[in-house]
Every structure is written in structure tokens, then in C-alpha cells.
Design a protein around this ligand. Structure first.
Ligand code: PMP
Length: 419
């Protein structure tokens, strides 16, 4: 059989499998990285952890009243070793770290930073974006007027030579980074790479690493890396104020009602305090007290994360096993093998991602729009698909993965035949 007729035969097989899948009329959704209900239920006792007659923090602060801009001290002490930020440089905030990112960036745009008092907003301002990355980082920065500059990632993290080349421009103010189990690749930056980023020369005196450790505690396997102490790493490299560290309990407790954190060098933590003090009298200490009582200590958080892993690891494995069984060795796609976080990245043949997402939608499987993982929603190779396996049941996620591979095969053989 000629190569073309072999491909034709594969296309017909793929087309039949796709039609068969579509005819089942399923309605599946692997778009957003939300926790499943069973994960939210793990934190059910959180809702009863503060009662009307028991509202004082261990230090004797009434959680119901105004004050305490930094958040309650005992919760900051609890998360300090987990996030590797000294507790007096760690602020506990409201329910969303994304809001803290927006606030910190807005303060820099309006008032400048500790290393440079010139407001970023007074001249062109740009951010480096490792891709694929988190869509909300990109849309937030774009909405604040930043120009977004893509750089590639490899298995150890962002490619530093590319970041360094861009950082020679003084209007490049910083770089997004999800250091652990990145959204959407699941890649964890190596310590070597982190040290290179910490030491990297940059023209802007206040070049900032937007170190979004959203998944720093979200391990899927028993053996796992620890969060890097990026503050010490940057201080040793002579840039103590370079990292702005963000985290939250959104995917630890309740995704709409957790606690966010901001950590930074000594001067930057004073800078954020001074700025936050103008827009808030203090965060929701009642919710912070609930979290403190619910966890008790750092080991309580770690044990809680193991319970999450028990629920979601089988879902990741269902997707990974299906990809391996159906696409392994075929040369049609590659995928990441995350050891934590919320996502798997599937890289398909060039120029097929949009077609796959469309085919999947028509067959009842909703996928994140192709391009969402790139600045301005444009994936130049049109070949990155983000898979979010946590929300559906194991059975549904397995079915969704089967539907997805049917679409990958169909779109790939169409493409190969078209030449
Ligand atoms: N950062 C990353 C990398 C995320 O994936 C998410 C949630 N999807 C967030 C931040 C949002 O966190 P929060 O709920 O604390 O705003």
C-alpha cells in the first residue's frame, strides 16, 4: 500500500471512530481547572470552624472587627514554612490571589516600586510571558496596558536566554511565572533555572519576577519537590526585591472562598502594606481564622493535600493512560506528565488545535479554546490544547479523553493527507 493510501485508510478509521463517539450524544467538559465537589467536601468543617461565641484569634484579636492589614499572624506563621516566606514578609489577604496580582501591578503602574519610583504606567510597559501559560495572567496584564512578550518553556522551566534578551529593554518590567506544576504544562522550574532568573541582568532596576505559586502544595505523587525559597535565592543573587510571591488556598479549601497570600522582600512587603492600606482597612479575618483552625499546623495542610491527590490523581492517570494507549508512538501528539497541579498540556501537529477543539465540541466534549494559553489568545503554531481533568468524575474524564483522542486522530490524518 502506498503511503497515501495508508493515510487514507487511517483517516477513514478515524472518521468512523469519531462518528461513533459523536453519536453517543455525550456532554462532557474538561475546560476549567476547578476542584470537583468531592474536593470541596474535604473542607466541609471549615464552614463551622468559627461560631458566634468563638471569634477570637489565639492572640486575642476579635476576628469580626476592623484592622490587621497583614492578615492574622498565626495564619501567616502557619503558611510561612509552606510558602518559604518569613511570616513578617507574608501578607494574608482576601479570597483571590488574582486580585492581589492586579493590585500589586496597579500600584506599580501608578506609584512605581521600591527600586524605581517612576510609575510604570508613565512609559510603555511590557511583561515577559512564558508560553504556554495561564490565560488570566495574560488578560489581566493586557487589560492594564502591558505589552505581552512570549518566550518558550522547556522541561526545566522558561528559557532564560530568551528572557535575558528581552530584559535588556528598560520597558520590560517583569515576567510571569508559575514555578510549580505550571498552568497548563505541569512543569516545575528547576532550582538551577530559578537561580539563573534570580541573577539575570535586566535593564529595569525593578525588574520583577511575578512568582505565582498557585500550585506549590498541589502534589499528585508521594515523592515531590518542595517549594523553592525564591526570596533567599534572589537575595543571594543580589536582587532581594525581585520576586513578588503569590499563592492562595483556592484549590486547597474552597475555590471561591479561600485565603490569598503575598510574599516579598523586606522593602516590597512594606511597599505593598503602604499601598494596600489606602484601599482597605483589612482582610476578612473571620475566614482566615476558619482556615487557621481547620488546618492547625503546616502538617495539617500537607495531609489535606494528600486527600486531594487521592481524588484527582486517578483522573490524571485516566487521561494519561488513554493518551498513551491511543496515541503512544504514533507521532501525532505529545503530552506532559504532570506530578501536580491541575492541567495536562497536549501538543498536536501544527495547525490542528483549533480543528480539534471544534470537532470535540461537536462531539460533546468541551475543551478550552485553542490559543487561550497564549498572549492575545493567539497560539502561533495552533497546536497547544489544555486538558483540565479535575472537575468531572473519573468515568467522565476517561470518556472525554477517548473523545479527545478520536478528534486528534481525525484532525491529524486530515492534515497529513492535505500535506
Ligand atoms: N494562578 C494560577 C496559575 C491559577 O491557575 C489560578 C486559578 N486557576 C489562579 C492564579 C487564581 O487563583 P485565585 O483563586 O487565588 O485568584
Amino acid at each position: 500500500m502506498s503511503h497515501m493510501s495508508e493515510l487514507q485508510a487511517e483517516l477513514e478509521k478515524a472518521s468512523g471512530a469519531y462518528e461513533e463517539f459523536a453519536s453517543r450524544g455525550l456532554k462532557l467538559d474538561i475546560t476549567r481547572g476547578k476542584p470537583a465537589n468531592a474536593q470541596l467536601d474535604l473542607s466541609a468543617d471549615l464552614l463551622n470552624a468559627v461560631t458566634g461565641d468563638d471569634v477570637m484569634t489565639p492572640g486575642g484579636v476579635d476576628s469580626r472587627n476592623y484592622g490587621g492589614l497583614d492578615g492574622i499572624v498565626e495564619l501567616r506563621e502557619l503558611f510561612s514554612p509552606l510558602l518559604k516566606v518569613p511570616s513578617d514578609q507574608l501578607l494574608a489577604g482576601g479570597n483571590a490571589s488574582l486580585t492581589l496580582m492586579a493590585q500589586a501591578l496597579t500600584f506599580a503602574l501608578l506609584h512605581g516600586t521600591v527600586a524605581d519610583s517612576r510609575p510604570w504606567g508613565q512609559s510603555p510597559h511590557k511583561l515577559i510571558c512564558p508560553v504556554p501559560g495561564y490565560d488570566r495572567h495574560f488578560t489581566l496584564a493586557e487589560s492594564l496596558g502591558f505589552e505581552l512578550l512570549s518566550i518558550p518553556m522547556d522541561s526545566e522551566g522558561p528559557v532564560v536566554a530568551e528572557a535575558q534578551r528581552l530584559a535588556q529593554d528598560e520597558t520590560v518590567k517583569g515576567m510571569w511565572l508559575v514555578p510549580m506544576y505550571s498552568n497548563p504544562t505541569g512543569i516545575t522550574i528547576t532550582e538551577k533555572r530559578a537561580r539563573e532568573l534570580a541573577a539575570m541582568p535586566a535593564a529595569a532596576p525593578d525588574f520583577t519576577l511575578l512568582w505565582d505559586n498557585a500550585y506549590g502544595l498541589h502534589h499528585l505523587r508521594d515523592e515531590h519537590p518542595e517549594a523553592l525559597d525564591i526570596l533567599s535565592i534572589c537575595a543571594e543573587a543580589g536582587h532581594p526585591e525581585r520576586p513578588w510571591i503569590f499563592a492562595s488556598t483556592s484549590k486547597i479549601t474552597h475555590a471561591g472562598a479561600g485565603v490569598s497570600f503575598f510574599g516579598a522582600g523586606p522593602e516590597t512587603s512594606d511597599w505593598i502594606r503602604a499601598n494596600l492600606g489606602k484601599i482597605s482597612i483589612g482582610p476578612d479575618k473571620v475566614n482566615q481564622l476558619r482556615h487557621l483552625r481547620f488546618f492547625s499546623d503546616p502538617a495539617g495542610v500537607e495531609e489535606h493535600m494528600r486527600q486531594h491527590a487521592k481524588i484527582i490523581a486517578p483522573k490524571f492517570d485516566a487521561v494519561l493512560n488513554t493518551l498513551e494507549r491511543e496515541l503512544g508512538g504514533k507521532g501525532l501528539a505529545q503530552w506532559t506528565q504532570p506530578n501536580g497541579g491541575y492541567f495536562i498540556t497536549l501538543t498536536t501537529l501544527e495547525d490542528t488545535a483549533e480543528r480539534i477543539v471544534k470537532l470535540a465540541a461537536e462531539a460533546g466534549v468541551k475543551l478550552t479554546p485553542a490559543g487561550a494559553t497564549h498572549p492575545y489568545g493567539v497560539d502561533p503554531h495552533n497546536n497547544v490544547i489544555r486538558i483540565a481533568p479535575t472537575m468531572p468524575t473519573v468515568e467522565d474524564v476517561e470518556l472525554a479523553a477517548q473523545g479527545l483522542v478520536a478528534c486528534v486522530k481525525l484532525a491529524s490524518y486530515e492534515k497529513l493527507l492535505a500535506g
